[in-house]
Write a protein that binds this ligand. Structure first.
Ligand SMILES: Cc1ncc(C[n+]2csc(CCOP(=O)(O)OP(=O)(O)O)c2C)c(N)n1
Length: 497
């Protein structure tokens, strides 16, 4: 029997290794739903809000490195995907989004549920096309997958309902994608210039981002050779902090004085795999070096003495043999001592002060850190939960922490936990939610129940939009419209079970 376009789509996605499509079915998406029903390699995950599906697909991609997939039906269905897709795009998560659409013969007539998906998704994707003919579809699909996996971001395929049920056609171009892996290292003479700079200065600090993933040993070797304190970003924390005698904490809005001063009291700051967006926290009177796999990022946060394009692991491996080991460790010792003081101050918030009917969130977070398994996946909502997570959840080398770190959207923790629990069923998943955040995607508590996902959901119920309340206080504004009347969240979940 002739294959439909919808079947061709699902077979190709399955062959790419995609195991789930997060979606809410309906109208033009029903053919895709039916194709999934007939295919035993791929599952339909029926979320209650498409935004949840996009976040869950992004979480899968961030944890596994393989593309995630989500879908939304015509108009409002795919409009709902957008916040999660922005987050995936900003997080470097390969995600394929199927935006099903009105029939091709109605395009441009202000038809029921009509949107222009190319205009709609342009700012949150690397690839964004609408297929209109059977000959064109497999080429668009292949390009979408190829782009998502190589550029690490979102690809959107507009799929009109009439095309989804049309008979597929064969094409001469490839029907599958080619995952690529390149080894990128700066040129020898550029590394020699960097080595010369580092050999000439005494006080050097490393500032490590998520680009240091997989380069733990190399980062430690570099800091050891240079007696350099290691500061890290929130995104880099889980990959850098553990078994690291040189770490002095984070910097930035959620950071610590030890991280800040280690960077500001240095002579040279080496930024490794970080595009940390807050320039105000970077020193402007010392030499800054930036090494990043994406050369377009070089210099956009600070004036650089040297900017190099390279993979962190390979670059450090090549650099190490050019460096003279430092003998003076006074700068490092000073920063580590300051960090000890910071850790003591942070621990003070977790002490039991004997108060009744009050649980301090710092205490809760530090207890969660102790109780969580060695390879737990934490998801943290944007808001104060991020602050407590940044400070009290410790890296082990096997744990992961997901948040909406670049897009900064509320209500990410529960949806990301759903993706994490489905993609990594053998691992403990802990969603750390704000009450504002959880309320936004409350309906998807039911997705957790429906799929029997063993997610531990903790709600930091301060009955307010806490972080914004704080922002208002800091800005001298009257606190206004931040209080919330909440349900008993545990009861909500129980009633639905
Ligand atoms: C979708 C969205 N809306 C608004 C904001 C602005 N914002 C940032 S944090 C925050 C408060 C979060 O409140 P809650 O989830 O209760 O967490 P808390 O800070 O109280 O821990 C708001 C409104 C945002 N980042 N994202």
């Amino acid at each position: 029997m002739a294959k439909k376009i919808a079947d061709q789509l699902i077979e190709t996605l399955a062959a790419t290794g995609i195991e789930r499509i997060y979606a809410v079915t309906g109208d033009s998406l029903n053919e895709v739903n039916e194709a999934v029903r007939k295919n035993d390699k791929i599952k339909w995950i029926h979320v209650r809000h498409e935004e949840t599906g996009a976040y869950a697909a992004g979480a899968e991609a961030q944890l596994t490195g393989h593309p995630g997939c989500c879908a939304g039906s015509s108009g409002p269905g795919h409009v709902h995907l957008i916040n999660g897709l922005y987050d995936a795009q900003r997080s470097g998560a390969p995600v394929i989004a199927i935006a099903s659409a009105i029939p091709t013969y109605e395009f441009g007539t202000e038809y029921f549920q009509e949107t222009n998906t190319i205009k709609l998704f342009n700012d949150c994707s690397y690839y964004n096309e609408v297929a209109t003919t059977p000959k064109q579809f497999p080429r668009i699909l292949q390009s979408a997958i190829q782009t998502a996996i190589t550029r690490k971001g979102v690809s959107v395929i507009g799929l009109p309902g009439d095309l989804a049920k049309a008979t597929s056609a064969s094409v001469d171009s490839s029907t599958h994608a080619y995952p690529t892996k390149s080894e990128i290292c700066p040129a020898e003479e550029d590394l020699a210039q960097l080595a010369d700079l580092l050999n000439k200065h005494e006080r050097i600090t490393l500032f490590c981002g998520i680009g240091c993933r997989g380069a733990h040993e190399e980062v430690i070797a570099l800091s050891e050779k240079l007696n350099a304190p290691v500061v890290y970003t929130f995104k880099g924390k889980m990959d850098v902090q553990y078994e690291n005698p040189y770490e002095v904490g984070m910097t930035g809005l959620l950071g610590m004085p030890s991280g800040y001063y280690s960077m500001h009291e240095a002579e040279v700051l080496v930024m490794l795999g970080t595009d940390f967006p807050y320039s105000a926290f970077l020193p402007d009177d010392i030499k800054i070096v930036q090494i990043d796999i994406k050369p377009e990022r070089l210099g956009r946060r600070a004036k650089l003495a040297i900017g190099l394009c390279g993979d962190v692991k390979m670059t450090i491996q090549a650099l190490l043999r050019m460096l003279n080991p430092k003998t003076n460790d006074s700068f490092l010792v000073k920063q580590l001592k300051r960090y000890e003081g910071v850790k003591k101050d942070l621990a003070a918030y977790t002490e039991d002060k004997g108060e009744t009917n009050k649980i301090h969130p710092e205490y809760v977070m530090s207890e969660i850190d102790k109780l969580a398994s060695d390879d737990a996946i934490f998801t943290v909502d944007t808001g104060m939960t991020c602050v407590w997570g940044a400070r009290y959840l410790q890296a082990t080398g096997k744990r992961h922490m997901l948040g909406s770190f670049n897009h900064g959207s509320m209500a990410n923790a529960l949806p990301q936990a759903i993706g994490a629990a489905l993609a990594c069923p053998e691992r403990q998943v802990i969603a750390l939610c704000g009450d504002g955040g959880l309320s936004m995607t409350l309906g998807d508590l039911q997705t957790v129940v429906q799929y029997k996902l063993p997610i531990k959901i903790i709600v930091f119920n301060n009955r307010s939009l806490g972080m914004v309340k704080l922002e208002m206080e800091v800005d001298g504004l009257p606190d206004w419209q931040t209080d919330m009347l909440n349900p008993n969240f545990a009861q909500v979940q129980k009633q639905w079970e």
